[in-house]
Design a protein around this ligand. Structure first.
Ligand code: SF4
Ligand code: SF4
Length: 205
């Protein structure tokens, strides 16, 4: 979705390469453009590249996943290879002191097999070391919302102990729980698609 033209600091020597996971995985609901999560953007061409790259939407220009932004994520976490898309966010947990915003990462599971991968457990251990909250996101069928579960507390001890099996067990349990939740249909807040280069966009998973 993006190249090295961002205002955010990007990890040197990391590029999207042939990945286009965000162009499929994300729910986009901006004034300029809307698409459901888990549905390939209709601008992807037959080579799975953005067919309107030079004039793509502002939301697409601004977006960089965690792999591009977070140096503590392992090199093996490029989303198309890891089966996980990481979204760096600032969140305000209900029990946060003074209602402060805290750094968090959302692990969007693209491939269930990733739950047992070394790449994901290494990322969990690194996130705990970085004192970043961890949220698991499980997509529903196309056209529905995703379920998110904050699993920071459950992962704290196994991550500190580097207990990979324990981490995987918690990830599996959270995934099964999130998957069982009934997801409501997405209602786009914005209207129909307009030409690329609209302003004031925002993007959500
Ligand atoms: S417009 Fe291009 S960059 Fe944006 S989601 Fe579609 S394919 Fe990806
Ligand atoms: S998911 Fe990340 S690495 Fe993949 S295309 Fe999007 S920004 Fe690039």
């Amino acid at each position: 979705m993006s190249e090295q033209d961002a205002a955010v600091a990007l990890v040197p020597d990391r590029a999207c390469g042939s990945c286009h996971a965000c162009c499929v995985a994300l729910l986009i609901d901006t004034a300029a453009f809307q698409k459901h999560s888990g549905v390939a953007c209709h601008h992807l061409d037959s080579d799975r590249r953005c067919g309107i790259y030079a004039s793509r939407y502002e939301a697409c220009r601004a977006f960089h996943c965690g792999y591009r932004q977070l140096p503590w994520l392992p090199e093996t976490m490029r989303p198309d290879q890891a089966g996980v898309l990481v979204l760096p966010l600032m969140t305000r947990p209900d029990d946060a002191p003074d209602g402060k915003l805290l750094p968090s990462v959302v692990f969007v599971i693209l491939d269930e097999a990733s739950l047992d991968s070394e790449a994901l457990t290494t990322s969990v251990i690194a996130a705990v070391r970085e004192e970043v909250l961890i949220v698991l996101s499980v997509r529903g069928p196309p056209g529905t919302t995703s379920s998110r579960i904050d699993i920071s507390e459950a992962l704290l001890l196994p991550a500190m102990m580097r207990n990979r099996r324990g981490i995987q067990r918690i990830l599996r349990e959270a995934y099964a729980h999130a998957k069982a939740v009934e997801r409501p249909a997405v209602v786009f807040r914005n209207g129909g698609e307009r030409r690329p280069r609209g302003g004031g966009d925002e993007q959500a998973e």
